[in-house]
Ligand binder design. Structure first.
Ligand code: COA
Length: 160
């Protein structure tokens, strides 16, 4: 893998880059997310930035903002989320970012809800040690049919 992947604290100036990344229709289809309008997106991220219960990092690839990674939720139900800009796909960015994030966020178990069709995300999680723990259904944000998900987990309820 070429190119350096680093995590740093999220800055407000990253928001417009994250916003552009989530406008991509292919990315939205993968994640089964509906893109947010600019104002709603900026408010969403302003709230995340001021919420100390949410762990968040900006992902840098060769010094450029390539995406973000977050974990949120109750301590016993911590969930993971990440989004990489399309320009940076297929370079091992998500995998290397997640491995680094797992050294930063020590909470276990850690869960990820992934649309069953999102094979790239499932592969990223598998490479980082997550295994399929169950299934779930999420209401679609775009008014489409409900989203069938796999629930992946790292670590057991007893830790590690
Ligand atoms: C999913 C996503 C995070 C992957 O990021 P990435 O930086 O390209 O991921 P990586 O390069 O680290 O790894 C991708 C892996 O998936 C594999 N992959 C990619 N597309 C695939 C497909 N259609 N079928 C099977 N495997 C696929 C790659 O080959 C690679 O595995 P490998 O290293 O064994 O070859 C990125 O595409 C993204 O942000 N998508 C939009 C938002 C999203 O889906 N977020 C996650 C919500 S759960």
């Amino acid at each position: 893998m070429t190119g350096d992947v680093l995590l740093r604290d999220v800055l407000e100036e990253d928001f417009p880059v994250f916003f552009e990344h989530q406008l991509d229709p292919d990315a939205c289809a993968m994640a089964a997310f509906a893109a947010r309008e600019r104002d709603a997106f900026m408010l969403h991220w302003t709230e995340i930035l001021s919420d100390d219960t949410i762990a968040k990092k900006t992902i840098l690839f060769d010094g450029r903002v390539a995406g973000y990674i977050v974990s949120f939720g109750q301590p016993d139900k911590q969930q993971l989320g990440y989004w990489i800009g399309k320009t940076f796909w297929g370079k091992g960015v998500a995998t290397r970012a997640l491995l680094a994030f797992l050294g930063f966020v020590k909470t276990r178990p850690l869960h990820a809800h992934v649309a069953k069709h999102n094979l790239a995300s499932l592969r990223v999680l598998e490479k980082c040690g997550f295994t399929i723990h169950g299934e779930d259904t999420a209401p679609s944000e775009a008014g489409d049919p409900d989203v069938e998900e796999f629930v992946l987990r790292l670590g057991s309820d007893g830790g590690s």
